[in-house]
Design a protein around this ligand. Sequence first.
Ligand code: G4P
Length: 317
Amino acid sequence: MAIQWFPGHMHLTRKAIAERVADIDVVIELLDARLPGSSANPMLAELTGHKPGLKVLNKQDLADPERTGPWLDHYNAQPSTRAIGLDASQTTPARRLIEACHALAPQRGGMAKPMRVLICGIPNVGKSTLINTLVGTRKAKTGDEAGITKMEQRIVLADDFYLWDTPGMLWPRIVVAQSGFNLAASGAIGRNAYDEELVALELLGYLKRHYAGLLEARFKLEGLASLSDEEVLESIGRQRGALLGKGRVNLQKAAEIAMNEFRSGTLGRITLETPEEFAAWLAAGQLLDAQRQAKKDARARGKKRAPSGEDASADGG
Ligand code: G4P
């Protein structure tokens, strides 16, 4: 799916991370528990020099609990990585975060060696909400420090525990097609960057296969299995009175309804990917990407061999 956004913001965030990372002990990545794989920054390990990582599966109240468990296991099985689930209903998340960071960097702690943590995440994943809760509960100070990029904010969670915030960031190219749809469905991507109908159709297709009961119950759909994704979208529009003239359904409105109900959790607790599914999508995406790159390279080589106006065979080939 063609999703376009302004990459300038991302370049600044990259710079902020690169400037700070040498003095960081643990990198917290906030993931959306409804799409952990798709909301994980594929460039993060490279950006952070493979520092120990805490994966926080946020908004777990909206995610399918039966899928959050396997995702936590998946991350906990990775070297130098821990994972916890979190949501905004937890009023004192600091203790769990601090404990997990100490487990990842046991050599840090105390005034002489304070724990230094960087927190990253895609837009809308709930980073501000979490930080506000942390700041509120710990009455932490925020402030600038000489040499720190203005985009960053240092939060003192305890006398020996500092957290640096980074702006919400998306990467420039999404290799996994399904991730583009899932990120858009979750609200991480500005609505002008994608076609809402297309995203809603993908979402409904997935829900039809994996959460048919929730879809049927919420939109009073009958015979869901026999409906195409387009027919499901139309039925939702009709059921909610999203109509144009002459009984035609306002598909744009129907798409908005379906997506809003997913985002708010009104549809139910849903997770759009399992670790196995995501691994398969990633492998397919990487293969396609490599094939595209090979074609591009071949074209570039062809152009080099045949400068303008000349036939490639003139080069002796
Ligand atoms: P960001 O800084 O990462 O961009 O995200 P932010 O905290 O602004 O949160 C984005 C939206 O997600 C907000 O909703 C926020 O209330 C909601 N949110 C954050 N954490 C959780 C969570 O754990 N569970 C649930 N269910 N929602 C969460 P909003 O509608 O955009 O704003 P508002 O109406 O809450 O102000």
